[in-house]
Design a protein around this ligand. Structure first.
Ligand code: FAD
Length: 458
């Protein structure tokens, strides 16, 4: 049987038996023994120089794993952001009014593995042919292996009227003027998530006062390209309809969900399930692209509907890899690092890997994917270091959480690059809203990711 890292479902099952918090942080939970034994097998080795570019969730987790798995690792992690280890999935919890900023704040330096050198400069160039990394201080360094883990930048600026982009290096981003428009919302960055509960409350008050004369226009817009956490915006939508329902004013709003490719999920089963779930809330779907936003006039322009007034507009921004990766010639035509789906090795430069959101594999861009990805890359580098043929492969696992009405949560979980949604063991169908998952998103998921995955154990 193929070995794999513990995923969220495994942890849930174990947690059901023994208590989530302790299990999620248990060292035995994920191949730690396997790594130890690999060390014994190796006798004399030269130091292996490894650069990890980006110290977010994927880069940090890999730094831990590699530093335990390789005999003489010399690892440098490039990460300019002091808060790089923040718990990004918690943005949905903040945006739906459940958590506060303190619940997601973690510091990079508290998570830096011993014996890993931190370079606080951003990387400006990777040269695949000479295996060198250049940083913003002008330093050029040669490595045996380079792992790109720089996440994605939010490209609001691709939508006309929303210029002034959000930096991806810090959670407390510099905020552009348009982001203070009370009617434009996005759960995808910290400032946006913090404002969301107040924006939803303001919409409910407006609906109350409107007396139902003209329907309030509620719009959700999502791009077609791959973006992280496809479920987050739908969680906001469900919370919003719940708030309108509780106030008895849901019939005073027209809710339209526009997606550029007309899909709610790349996977057909999940697409159908999402549609069913949201249709119950009276949502109308449109296949169209958001082209422009005029925050002064509160008007948005869509490719099919044309100019549309809005009272509330939630935007999933297009997302892209850092510009330095394009300049380094490492991206595919889709705009992500051009890696092999299974080995995560760059298709041209075999000693370069990509993990996390920036990796150009077709899996769900979620933190849950990182565990299997770092295991694959660690095993590959370890075997190469031992002069063996690599054999570890990434199974395309990814998992996202959808916050449903009445304190329930559904898992949007897929293996084999989305072609196979999980055959249900605990849940009864894809996207089945379940109280147990709700408690998992409140208590177990963060422990699993921050104490298990991020420390390279899970
Ligand atoms: C609203 C929301 C909800 C989510 N919900 C879930 C969920 O329910 N489940 C789930 O599994 N996942 C969820 N995710 C996704 C998850 O947070 C991401 O998949 C995960 O954080 C990706 O990790 P990463 O390391 O690839 O990127 P990041 O964590 O973004 O880290 C990238 C790092 O690279 C650094 N960097 C960038 N450029 C450079 C450079 N040039 N040089 C050096 N360093 C650089 C940055 O400073 C950053 O620290 C959610 C995300 C969002 C936004």
């Amino acid at each position: 049987m193929k070995k794999r890292a513990l995923n969220r479902r495994d942890v849930l099952k174990l947690a059901a038996i023994a208590g989530a918090g302790t299990l999620a942080s248990h060292p035995a939970a994920a191949g730690a023994n396997e790594i130890k034994s690999s060390k014994k097998a190796v006798s004399k080795k030269r130091p292996l120089h490894i650069a990890i570019v980006g110290g977010g969730m994927a880069g940090t987790a890999l730094a831990y794993r590699l530093s335990r798995a390789i005999t003489y690792p010399v690892i440098t992690m490039y990460e300019p952001g002091e808060n790089s280890c923040w718990y990004q999935p918690g943005l949905t919890m903040i945006g739906t009014g459940i958590w506060s900023v303190a619940d997601v704040s973690y510091l990079r330096d508290d998570y830096l593995p011993m014996h890993v050198t931190l370079n606080r400069n951003a990387v400006t160039k990777i040269d695949g042919s000479t295996r060198t990394v250049t940083d913003s201080g002008g330093n050029k360094t040669k490595y045996d292996h380079i792992i790109v883990a720089t996440g994605l930048q939010l490209d609001f600026a691709a939508i006309r009227g929303l210029e002034g982009s959000v930096a991806s290096l810090q959670p407390l981003e510099k905020v552009a003027d348009w982001m203070n428009d009370p009617a434009v919302a996005s759960v995808y960055y910290l400032h946006g998530a913090i404002r969301l509960p107040r924006q939803v409350e303001a919409l409910v008050q407006k609906a109350r006062k409107s007396g139902g004369r003209a329907k309030l226009q509620v719009r959700f817009a999502q791009p077609s390209i791959a973006f992280k956490s496809p479920a987050a915006a739908k969680s906001v939508l469900l919370r919003l309809t719940q708030a309108l329902e509780s106030a008895g004013v849901v019939d005073r709003a027209e809710i339209v969900f526009s997606s550029e490719d007309g899909r709610l999920s790349a996977n057909d089963d999940y697409d159908r399930s999402y549609r069913k779930l949201l249709e119950k809330e009276g949502v109308v779907f449109k296949k169209e692209k958001l082209l422009r936003v005029d925050t002064e006039k509160r008007k948005a322009v869509f490719s099919v509907s044309g100019e549309t007034a809005y009272d509330f507009l939630h935007i999933v921004p297009p997302m892209k890899a850092g510009a330095f990766l394009a300049k380094s010639g490492l991206l595919s035509k889709d705009g992500f690092v051009d890696v092999d789906d299974e080995t995560l090795e760059h298709k041209v430069h075999a000693h370069i890997f990509a993990i996390g959101d920036v990796a150009g594999c077709a899996a769900l861009k979620t933190a849950a994917a990182i565990s299997s990805q770092i295991q694959t890359v660690t095993e590959t580098i370890r075997r190469l270091d031992e002069g063996k043929k690599p054999k570890a492969t990434y199974d395309g696992y990814g998992c996202d959480t959808l916050l449903c009405p009445e304190n329930t949560t559904a898992l949007y979980e897929a293996w084999d690059y989305g072609s196979r949604p999980l055959s249900p063991v605990i849940s009864l169908a894809p996207l089945k809203c379940h109280a147990m998952y709700w408690y998992s998103s409140l208590y177990a998921d963060k422990a699993y990711l921050m104490r298990g995955v991020l420390r390279g154990w899970a």
